[in-house]
Write a protein that binds this ligand. Structure first.
Ligand SMILES: [Zn+2]
Length: 137
């Protein structure tokens, strides 16, 4: 278990499709879900970025799908970790995160040796998405 619900039940981490304005499917959004009362809480580290994304979509978005794992590193890491099993434990999340950070650091070294500033900035942004804590305080 990763988090306890207000009702006392156990919350587990899942990837869900969030439907915005009945038009846009945002896929693979990490949420904590309580199996007892059905409560859903956005994964704390993606909360701000989901907010930003929804803000960019505006009040009248076009119908479409957004793969959130391409928007946010946490959705990317967690969707990778879910390939290993249905129920995620903190240990598996930590391992998947470490692997992804290693990948990004390798990319950063390549970008840096090419002096590709745009690419370096992009990788830096992705790394900082992952530096937010993943366990609820
Ligand atoms: Zn609950």
């Amino acid at each position: 278990m990763l988090k306890r619900c207000y009702c006392g039940g156990e919350m587990n981490l899942k990837l869900r499709t969030v439907i915005f304005a009945k038009k846009v499917n945002i896929n693979n959004v990490p949420v904590y879900n309580c199996s007892d009362c059905g409560r859903n809480d956005l994964f704390p580290s993606v909360k701000d970025d989901v907010g930003k994304l929804v803000g960019q979509l505006g009040a009248r978005p076009d119908v479409g799908e957004i793969p959130f794992e391409q928007v946010h590193e946490w959705a990317c890491v967690l969707s990778q970790a879910f390939l290993q099993g249905d129920s995620l434990q903190a240990k598996e999340i930590a391992k998947a995160t470490e692997e992804r950070i290693d990948q990004l650091l390798d990319l950063w070294l390549i970008a840096s040796s090419l002096k590709d500033e745009v690419w370096m900035t992009e990788i830096h942004n992705r790394l900082s998405q992952l530096s937010a804590p993943y366990l609820p305080s």
